[in-house]
Ligand binder design. Structure first.
Ligand SMILES: [Zn+2]
Length: 94
C-alpha cells in the first residue's frame, strides 16, 4: 500500500505573476522585526515576507502593481530593488 500525502509542502505565491510553487523556487523578501527590508536568500528571517519568481519580469510586475510593498506593509527601498534585479537576473541564468 502506498500513502503519499505531501504534508508540510506549503505553496508560496509569487507577488508578480501569482504562480504558486515551493519556497525554494522563489526569491524571498523579508521584513525584519526592526522594520528593515532584506533579501532573504536562505529563509533565515522570520516574520513577514513576500515571494517572487526568479526572474526580472515578475520583479517588475510586483513593484509596478504595488504588491511587494503591500505584502511587506512597507515601502521597498531603491537599494533593495536594485539588489533584487541583480539577484533575479543572475538566477534566470541556468
Ligand atoms: Zn512570478
Amino acid at each position: 500500500m502506498k500513502k503519499s500525502k505531501e504534508k508540510g509542502a506549503f505553496l508560496r505565491q509569487c507577488v508578480g505573476c501569482g504562480k504558486r510553487g515551493l519556497k525554494n523556487e522563489f526569491i524571498r523578501i523579508a521584513k525584519t522585526p526592526d522594520g528593515r527590508i532584506v533579501i532573504d536568500g536562505i529563509q533565515s528571517f522570520g516574520g513577514r515576507g513576500a515571494y517572487i519568481c526568479n526572474n526580472s519580469e515578475c520583479l517588475k510586475k510586483a513593484i509596478k502593481n504595488g504588491r511587494l510593498s503591500k505584502n511587506l506593509r512597507s515601502e521597498v527601498p531603491e537599494t533593495i530593488i536594485k539588489e533584487l534585479k541583480l539577484v533575479a537576473n543572475e538566477k534566470t541564468d541556468g
